[in-house]
Design a protein around this ligand. Structure first.
Ligand SMILES: [Fe+2]
Ligand SMILES: [Fe+2]
Length: 321
């Protein structure tokens, strides 16, 4: 089945086998800017990452023989390699959070039980569809954070280097699960219904898990009534930069019959990271290059908005550089 833009970026999916310096110092108890609510919101998601990554790898692996397109097959193999290393590094991060007394292991255990049931009860095509839906959500969160590295201002450089390596690779392979699903399911009306059904299932599963994990971790950390932190997190998720608002904006388009993950082509930002990484082999320097790029882009954007609101007319405003 032909999709016009399905192969965008396939040659850029590259496995980088990196071990990051993660310790109890570099992964602080409240590693997301020293803020408990935002940290535990993300911990609740990251708890599912190692097992979730292994499950999406496995679901792609089970479809390999059904793939007609050698390009999709090659990208799927590279995707499996990338996810294997992501799972390994997030195992390290989650183990450190558990050492801090944050019960990530318990939250991960709940996800594992659900994943075992999904593997027992769902067809390979349905698992592949749910995997594509989760990969879309992950890529959307990554795309907002790639544009706004300033949200991690007080996070340790070592942890930022690891997180941004992961965000870059999630973006590189953001269409692979989707294309594996479309190619292996055969597309058409059945493929469309399975794909949208997979997103609906991922939503029904993902939202209660995200909320339940978040409140459980806050409770276990004695932070449930830290309203100042709750307000700070709400601003990050819904206003500036609006991580969840970004996810909501890309949620409904997924149900369009013509949707493809590369409808939003955001390779410019990851290429900044990749150029610096290829030049220096250093993920911290690559993060710094990306941070500077985003800062200059965001300040142009802010100047543009200010000028626009002063002039009150779009026609009088020059475009951002
Ligand atoms: Fe990943
Ligand atoms: Fe991924």
């Amino acid at each position: 089945m032909a999709l016009a833009n399905r192969k965008i970026g396939y040659d850029e999916v590259v496995t980088r086998d990196i071990h990051f310096e993660m310790t109890e110092q570099t992964v602080a108890r409240h590693w997301f800017n020293g803020d408990p609510w935002t940290t535990h919101w993300m911990n609740g998601i990251l708890a599912a990452v190692p097992d979730g990554e292994r499950w999406v790898m496995n679901s792609a692996r089970r479809q390999l023989d059904k793939l007609d397109d050698p390009g999709v097959k090659k990208a799927a193999i590279e995707f499996i390699r990338q996810e294997r290393i992501h799972a390994r590094e997030h195992d390290v991060m989650n183990a450190i959070a558990t050492k801090h007394g944050v019960p990530i292991d318990k939250v991960e255990g709940i996800f594992k039980k659900i994943r075992v049931q999904m593997q027992k009860r769902l067809s390979d095509d349905m698992q592949s569809s749910i995997a594509a839906a989760f990969e879309h959500m992950t890529a959307t969160i990554a795309s907002v954070l790639l544009e706004h590295p300033e949200v991690f201002e007080e996070t340790s450089p070592e942890l930022k280097a690891m997180l941004y390596w992961h965000f870059v690779e999630e973006t590189e392979h953001k269409s692979v699960s989707f294309d594996v699903f479309v190619d292996s399911s055969g597309g058409g009306l059945r493929g469309y219904l399975l794909r949208t059904g997979g997103m609906a299932a991922a939503t029904v599963l993902g939202i209660p898990l995200m909320l339940g994990n978040h409140f459980y971790l806050l409770y276990a950390d004695g932070q449930l009534t830290n309203w100042r932190s709750a307000a700070r997190m709400s601003k990050t998720l819904f206003v500036s930069p609006g991580i969840l608002t970004g996810v909501l904006k890309t949620y409904l388009p997924y149900y369009s019959p013509t949707f493809h993950p590369w409808d939003d082509d955001n390779r410019e930002i990851i290429r900044v990271w990749k150029r610096e990484y290829d030049r220096t082999g250093d993920t911290a320097k690559a993060f710094e290059a990306l941070r500077k790029h985003a800062a200059s882009k965001n300040s142009h954007g802010a100047k543009y908005s200010a000028k626009k609101s002063r002039s009150g007319s779009r026609a009088e405003v020059s475009a951002p550089v």
